[in-house]
Design a protein. Structure first.
Length: 305
């Protein structure tokens, strides 16, 4: 890492009273310079609890929106305004409203990977680490709509034995990992434990030993229950995994499992964001007030241990 840029960032962080949050899929140098790294749920909690005036969210737009909704009195910055999420773009407010009209008595559980406007139309938000707990907190007699990721929704339905009305959204990065990739990796590493993210295809998840969010993967490898892992998620997580357990071996079954939007953030862009206070993420009050209810319900539910 460039020492001059690193020192410049430290000075700006102090001058702006800023905190830098980085998702586990961010480039390694961004993870290393962040005040906090984690998955969506962990970073949402950090955003809500921090005393900083400025939050620089090194991730994608929906994450910065989440921070803005939970911390409306703070300045939220996304270092690259084009760092979006294809899955989040797969569900719109008109589409959700139409689905709600078809199921007027249903409770809407919205995966955090979605626009703020969609969250505002939902009853609950969830992440991959606490989606099952959120669904289980809803009375059994209630019908549930789950948007937008059908792959996570299918897994939650299995875990909770609840029938969910699913939207057809998906994560392009996770569905790029195929059954063939996992079979090949297992043949070459028969002693490895397969860890897969719930956003993966069902054929991939059936081959996994554990289905875990990124935060849960970090805890699992840190606990040292194995020393070789096949990692079926975005490959950026390996940087954090090595830091959690440097003695273990990590196999990436699909080199193509890269989120291009997560990789748009650079050290130079973080510095520019703090210098120029850009790009500000602001959620309209009318949207924020409604979305905050669903998000607070998400934050209040404990993640899977």
């Amino acid at each position: 890492m460039d020492k001059y840029l690193e020192e410049k960032l430290m000075d700006l962080r102090q001058e702006r009273n800023a905190v830098i949050l980085a998702h586990n899929y961010q480039p390694g140098d961004i993870q290393d310079l962040a005040d906090f790294t984690g998955d969506s749920l962990g970073l949402s909690r950090q955003a809500a609890e921090t005393s900083a005036d400025v939050i620089v969210f090194c991730g994608v737009k929906f994450m910065a929106e989440t921070a803005s909704v939970l911390s409306p009195d703070k300045t939220e910055l996304l270092p690259d305004k084009y760092a979006g999420c294809p899955m989040a773009d797969m569900i719109t407010v008109p589409q959700l409203r139409e689905l709600k009209q078809e199921h007027p008595d249903a409770v809407v559980v919205c995966y955090v990977n979605s626009p703020a406007e969609v969250k505002a139309e939902s009853d609950y938000c969830c992440t991959s680490s606490n989606a099952a707990e959120v669904v289980e907190s809803i009375p059994q007699e209630k019908e549930i709509i789950f948007v937008p990721d059908r792959h996570l929704g299918e897994t939650v339905s299995e875990w909770t034995d609840r029938k969910l009305t699913l939207w057809a959204g998906y994560c392009p990065t996770h569905v790029a990992i195929t059954e063939r990739d996992i079979i090949k990796a297992k043949q070459e590493n028969p002693d490895a434990v397969v860890l897969a993210h719930p956003e993966c295809r069902s054929t991939v998840k059936k081959l996994a030993d554990k289905l875990l969010s990124t935060g849960q993967m970090l805890k699992f490898v840190r606990d040292g229950e194995a020393d070789k892992f096949i990692i079926a998620t975005e490959k950026g997580i390996v940087h954090a995994l090595i830091k959690s357990n440097p003695d273990a071996e990590y196999i990436i079954p699909a080199e193509k499992a890269v989120c291009p939007n997560m990789k748009k953030i650079t050290l130079e862009k973080v510095i520019t964001a703090l210098e120029e206070i850009r790009f500000r993420i602001e959620v309209p009050d009318t949207v924020s007030a409604k979305a905050r209810i669903a998000l607070k319900r998400m934050v209040e539910v404990l993640p899977v241990k």
